[in-house]
Structure formats: C-alpha cells, structure tokens
Write a protein that binds this ligand. Sequence first.
Ligand SMILES: [Zn+2]
Length: 413
Amino acid sequence: MSTVAVNGRTYNFPRRPTVVVCIDGGDPDYFDDGLRRGMLPALQRFQERGVWATAQAVVPTFTNPNNVSIVTGVPPAVHGICGNYFLDPDTGQEVMMNEPRFLRAESILAALSQQGARVVVSTAKDKLRRLLGHELRQGICFSAEKAHEATLAEHGIREVNALVGWDTPEVYSSQLSEFVLEAGLRLYEQQQPDLMYLSLTDYIQHKHAPGTPGADQFYQHLDRYFGAFDEMGAVVGLTADHGMNDKNTPTGEPQIIYLRTVLEAWLGAGQARVILPITDPYVVHHGALGSFATVYLDPHVDVSRVVARLQAEPGIEYVGTRARACDDFALPPDRLGDIVVISDRHTVLGKAPEEHDLSLLEGGLRSHGGLAEQTVPCIVNQPLHAAYRQQLPPTLRNFDVFDIVLNGVESAH
Ligand SMILES: [Zn+2]
C-alpha cells in the first residue's frame, strides 16, 4: 500500500525517512533575525535549496489545537481540540482537553503506522503525548518531561535517558526541547524510522525575544539538529504551532484586560463565566494569560449587546458569537462559550486580577493565542516537484506540512 487516506486527504507512505518538527512558539522573526546575522547555516541551506514560506496557524493560536491540526491535517472543527483547556458541557467542569477521548479525528501518524510505517513521536511536555500518540501501532511515543518513566508497554521505548545520555531536564528550560531533538537524532541513527514528529516547547520564546542571547543560543542549537537530520538524508519539515509577541505596556507591565471584571461591571456578578483555553499546568510560561478567551453568558444576557460593547474596547481585536467564530476559525461549536474574544498584538485577556500570579512573569510577558500570532514558518529542506508546487494554495496552513513533505518532495532515491 503506497498511500493512506486520512480525514479527506491522501498521503504517500514515506519514501525516505521524514522528520517533521513543530517549533513551539517558533515565530518567523526568530528565523529571519538569525539568518540576517548569518547564525543559522543549516536553515540557510534549506532556504537556498528547499521551501522557505510562511503558513497560517489555527486560531486559537495555542499549542494543543495546532499540534493536533498538524498531525491530523484538519482544523479543530474536525478534530475537536480547540484549547488546552475547556468547559466540559457534560459535567460543567473546567478541565484539561489533553486526553484522547476528546479527539474526533485520527492522525496521519496513526494511519501510517497501521499500514506498517515505523513512527516515532516525541514531545517536550507530557500534556501532548497521549493526543499525538493515540492509536499508533508499534510506534514510539514519549515526552522529554517524563522521559525517565517511559516503558515499552506504554511508550514503545524504555531507558530513554540512557539513549540520550542526559538526565530528564527541568520543565522550565531550553534543554527540554533539546532533549526531544537529541533523542530524535539518536533514534534516527539507530533505527531510521519512516516518520518522526518532534514537538518542542516554547519556554525560550516566552522568555527571550528574537535577537537576545537566550534566543540566539537556542536557535543555534536547533539549527545544528536540523542540519544533522539533513546530513543523514532525512526529509525535514519545520513549522510552528503559533508565533509569539510582547504583551506589555510601553512601561513594561503586562497589558491585561480582565474580562470577568469588565463583564461583571456591565452585567452584575455571576452573569459571565470566562474560560482561558491557554490554561495549563505550566504557568511560569505565561501566567495563564493569552490573547484568546471564550465566555459563557447567563441565558438572560443579550449576547449581541455584549459583543458590540466589547468590540468598542481598546485592546480587543475580535469579538464574535459562537456561530460566527466557528465559521471564521473552523472551531467546534459544542466546545466554545457564547462568545469568543481575541485581544490585539500587545494585549492579553485575564479573568480577574486575583486569578493570575503576575510575580511569575519576571521580565515581562510574551504570549500568544490571537490573530497576531497566526503566521508561522513552513520550511522544508528539499525542493518540491513542479506539479505539486503549482497546485499549492496561495495561503498555506501549518497543518499542510505532512502533505507537503509526504506528497510534494521530489523522491530523489
Ligand atoms: Zn505552543
């Protein structure tokens, strides 16, 4: 069998070992800046030889919806994962949406593994592991965060630390991403799997702007790994789940609209329940402050009036009813509140001041979630064949990356 059909698209079985990396928070500015200063030699080669484009991420520009879109090839309206966190309508509880029971579509990885492809998935944070590894057959799927817990039965691999030669890194470190790449490289050398999906963490991008020493060092490390895969003959595809922007006032304080506080002032207490789908256990990154929120309103509240009033607020870029937002961003209606609110490039949305610990955000806030973080890189180390290039849509999506690397790359051997 040389192709598989997954969620309405057809993918070629990998003809050469193929490595797709999701650079979490990999805003294109980091690459442009690093290339300009001649710091990223492998990426420079990819730019000269292969594909160097931008793509649009899924809104909300958060980690889980985008990673799941990348591995399924479809938007959240189809796969169901529209945040890290949501209000479960069955229970009325706010819960993490990181379990496979929330998935509504199969992944390209699972489908190819079921056809006999050897698939390796490695993620930085454990929150993504089970979503990405769902229904893999005889594959390997583990997180750097819990590398030391990997077992053959659950993860398809054990003694990951011995393989890499490193202890499990701190969750708040650049080493967490580097561990994923180092493990990927070792597995590639040992096993040459048909397909690898390596998903990093955005700790560095949350803390270090493009051009700063922390960012430079991290991107130079990434470049070395990408170059190593390239030299071993892999097809390498790179994209990101979202960009990253500075979210501070001109004086350097986090620029926050506390939505519940605003809505309570207009509507009275208890009329609005604000859900921040960026919320996850890793709050040091962002203090649960991103640029996307959804709000459940009491049935007596006039939704259109709230929409109109919020649209007039400074710092708000988009407000839509559930139906409108599902249409605009291909989201699942049963997992969203009555309205969707998106703040602008330099503003985030919170619930109320007492719900966010700003002391964690030493050095200012960089975050994501909105429309300003939708542009991400789409980079491939190989050229595309002409016929495929011609049928590419004018606007690429980050979840086209598997289509591009599996269907579009010239099969050199
Ligand atoms: Zn992310």
